[in-house]
Each structure stands twice: as structure tokens, then as C-alpha cells.
Design a protein around this ligand. Structure first.
Ligand SMILES: [Zn+2]
Length: 456
């Protein structure tokens, strides 16, 4: 009788019957749900149908052979052995698992540890190996494992990049690979506020993520010296977007459309502009001038300006002489950046300057970097470098008291004060391009206005 019932478990009438059974076993289920033990389903000869109780619990009804009353293992509960049925529950957590590697653990061992047979684990790792370097997976990397209602291993999923994942799943006798791309949604944000502490910390408080902050730093670094010009009380506003993975829910930075920083005596506004006719993409000020200036303001990120251009008492020699550049204090080994596009004129030891780099730029401008600990790979005479490229590392070579970077700018062969230098912009829109740009910035301003109105 029991066998008959179970064979037809999916028929409509019996659903009602099993519904009653569920009530009967409700107390048992409750107990089971509270203690998620790993189920050893393979030891059972499961013959029954499947009921989805809710999202988290799956129940399997199965028949019990006459006389077998000791089938108690894990989550398995016997109803009435003599009546010939039982109920088995498998929690969602048993069927869908998120697992991750611990330090020095291999993927193979992670899989076999999670009740996947050696054969399956080996087959899966072999396939995964074709798609990414299985030997270089960092500890903590998460994998999703799924099992069927008999707890037989079905698939392994792993995130490859934002909104991109790879799944290796069982298909008949073998495993196949499926690459998944999640749909994404562009989300726009507008934030404005007062700088308290640093611009970085203030933006972080308003929810900008690291990607957005890095971009902000990059586009503003041509215009603003963050450490010396930005003060608490200055104001800023940023209009930006993110992409959200609609499946996983995570968000990554996408683009900054507009950024404005109002300093005590100055204000910097930049619009992200793509010219439809010329294909040019850049950050421009409201008059169409590129934010990428000829030279970036400082050759180091996060450095302290320790000595200015001008006459001073020399720290080693003791007498007063002209200091022809700026000194920046920073930890030893800090990367030093080329402040503009150019060609290396010299990259070698040079007397009291120690390890020394001189770059020749357009318009008769040269920049000099001295006391370096060493040179970046490939930096030698005649090599072309780009603005922002790492050329060397801060050190204390030559005639110095302590580690620092000595930085000079020469114009037509003469040293000039880097802080007072007015260099040409790398580019500026004109004519029809400028007309199109003016129309474009109006649409951005309108979009911001609309966003603000909607927020109020
Ligand atoms: Zn110096």
C-alpha cells in the first residue's frame, strides 16, 4: 500500500494527503530545522516524492521497508515504520552551500571536504583549470555548490569579475561549463557637502566607493593640491554613476559626470565630456579647457612639502644658498611619478643629487627628480614616459641629511618656482566643438537640478 501511494505522490489527491502528513510531522520538522546536521542520504533507499515546504526546507517522503525501524540518521525521521512511510527533510543550506578556501588549501580538498566524491571533484577542477588559474585562487574566494534532493553534487559556481560568473554543472554523465553574465543597472547619484577633515574622508561618508574616490583624485589632481589647498569648510559636489549587478546586488563605480570643489579662493568644476564628432573624451572645465594640465602638481602621492623654492640655509653645507626646487618628505621607496609626458634625458648618479632623473618635455620645459633610492624598470636615457608613470623611488642618495625627493622645473634652461609656474593646458575646445560642449554642460546642469528636486 505504501509503495503504491508513494509511486503516485504527485497526483492531486495525494498532495492533500501528504499535506496532512506534513501537519503530523510539523513538530518533528521544527526540531529538524533547528539542528542542521549534514545528511547522509545515500544510505537511504529513497523512493518517495518531493515536497517543497518553503524556500528553506525540502521534504522527501519515502517508503520504509517493513521491519526497518532503525533508519535514523541526520535529519531523517521515521514516521510510523509499520505504516510504511517516513519523512526526510533537507534544508536549503544542505543543498546550496557557499564555501571558501582557507589559507594553503587546494580546491580539490575543499570539494572533497564538502561531500563531493573524488571523481566529481577531480572532473570539476580539471574543467575549471581551463578557465582560470586554479592554483592561484586567493584564500577566502567563495564558491557556490549545489546538490540535488538526494544530496548528489550538481554544480559549482564562482565569480570571475563584476557581473560575470562561471558555473560547472552536471549534465548527464559529464560536467559542462556555463558562463553567466548578470544583467546590470546604471544608477546615478548626486552628493554635495562640506569638507570635514579631508575631501577623501568627506566623500567616503557620503557613500562614494573606492573606485569613485580614485577617479575623483585622478581628475582633480591636475587642478588641486589636496594636501595644501583643501581645508575643512570647503564645499564639494559630485554627480556620478555606478553599475549594479541585478543578480548579486553588488555595485561598482562607473563614471563621474561632474565634480566641483569650492576652495577658499578658487573653485574647480569639471565635466566628463565625449565629443560625438571628434571622439575626444576628457574632463573639461566650464570654458572647455582640459583638466589634464601640462604637468601634474606633485610628483608623489601623499607627500609632505618640506622645503620651498628660494634662498635658504643649506641643511648639510650650513651656509645660505639658493634652493632651486621643492623638497617632498615621504617614506623611503615611495613611487615617484613623471609630472608630464616627455623623454628621459638622464637617469644616473649625478654628484650631490645622488640617483637622478631629468625629463625633457615640450615647450622647453624639463623636470628633475633627485636623491632617488632607485629607478623604475625600463627607465633610462631616451625612453619616452607618460604623465603619472612611475619613474623611480624616493630615497636618500647624494648629499642629504634624510630621505626626501628634490624636484625642480626648468623653463628654457632656468630653474623656476614649481608653485608659481603657469603652464599651458594640454588642450582646449574651440569653434563648433566648444559650442557642442556648452550645450552639453547645460544638459548636465539640468540633470543635476532635476536630481536635487527629486530628492527634496
Ligand atoms: Zn632640495
Amino acid at each position: 500500500m505504501a509503495r503504491y501511494l508513494i509511486d503516485h505522490v504527485f497526483t492531486r489527491e495525494l498532495l492533500a494527503f501528504y499535506g496532512n502528513l506534513i501537519l503530523q510531522f510539523a513538530s518533528v520538522l521544527l526540531l529538524i530545522m533547528l539542528c542542521p546536521t549534514v545528511l547522509q542520504a545515500k544510505s537511504l533507499e529513497q523512493e518517495g516524492g518531493i515536497f517543497q515546504l518553503n524556500d528553506d526546507v525540502l521534504s522527501i517522503f519515502y517508503s520504509v521497508k517493513a521491519g526497518q525501524s532503525n533508519l535514523k540518521e541526520g535529519n531523517i525521521q521515521i514516521g510510523e515504520p509499520n505504516m510504511g512511510y517516513g519523512v526526510l527533510t533537507i534544508e536549503k543550506s544542505d543543498r546550496i552551500k557557499s564555501v571558501s578556501l582557507v589559507k594553503n588549501q587546494g580546491l580539490l580538498s575543499l570539494l572533497t571536504e564538502n561531500s563531493i566524491s573524488n571523481k566529481d571533484a577531480y572532473a570539476v577542477v580539471k574543467i575549471l583549470y581551463e578557465h582560470f588559474n586554479v592554483n592561484a585562487i586567493p584564500a577566502g574566494k567563495a564558491f557556490q555548490l549545489t546538490f540535488d534532493e538526494q544530496l548528489r553534487f550538481q554544480s559549482i559556481g564562482v565569480k570571475l569579475a563584476f557581473a560575470e560568473s562561471l558555473e560547472v554543472k552536471r549534465s548527464g554523465q559529464k560536467f559542462i561549463v556555463v558562463k553567466n553574465k548578470s544583467p546590470t543597472t546604471l544608477k546615478k547619484y548626486y552628493v554635495e557637502g562640506e569638507i570635514v577633515g579631508s575631501l577623501y574622508a568627506s566623500c567616503l561618508r557620503l557613500g562614494l566607493n573606492n573606485g569613485a574616490l580614485a577617479k575623483l583624485n585622478e581628475i582633480l589632481s591636475y587642478e588641486i593640491d589636496f594636501q595644501r589647498e583643501v581645508r575643512s569648510g570647503d564645499r564639494f559636489s559630485i554627480f556620478y554613476s555606478t553599475l549594479r549587478d541585478d543578480v548579486e546586488g553588488d555595485e561598482v563605480f562607473h563614471e563621474i559626470y561632474f565634480a566641483k570643489v569650492t576652495l577658499k579662493n578658487d573653485s574647480v568644476s569639471l565635466y566628463h565630456y565625449e565629443d560625438s564628432e571628434t571622439g575626444m573624451v576628457d574632463y573639461l572645465d566650464p570654458r572647455g579647457k582640459s583638466s589634464r594640465s601640462f604637468l601634474i602638481k606633485t610628483p608623489l602621492k601623499n607627500a609632505r612639502l618640506s622645503s620651498y623654492y628660494g634662498r635658504r640655509k643649506h641643511p648639510v653645507l650650513g651656509y645660505t644658498r639658493m634652493h632651486k626646487g621643492l623638497d617632498f618628505g615621504a617614506p623611503s621607496g615611495m613611487p615617484i611619478l613623471a609630472t608630464g609626458d616627455g623623454t628621459i634625458e638622464r637617469a644616473s648618479y649625478f654628484g650631490s643629487f645622488g640617483n637622478y632623473i631629468r625629463i625633457s618635455h615640450k615647450s622647453g620645459v624639463q623636470t628633475i627628480y633627485a636623491h632617488l633610492k632607485g629607478y623604475a624598470k625600463g627607465i633610462k636615457t631616451g625612453v619616452k614616459v607618460e604623465q603619472g608613470q612611475v619613474i623611480g623611488y624616493l630615497g636618500a642618495t647624494g648629499r642629504v641629511k634624510g630621505r626626501h625627493l628634490h624636484y625642480e622645473i626648468h623653463k628654457n634652461g632656468k630653474a623656476v618656482d614649481p608653485l608659481r609656474l603657469d603652464l599651458p593646458a594640454s588642450s582646449r575646445l574651440s569653434g563648433e566643438s566648444l559650442e557642442r560642449y556648452y550645450e552639453f554642460i547645460e544638459t548636465v546642469d539640468e540633470a543635476i537640478k532635476a536630481y536635487k528636486a527629486q530628492e527634496e
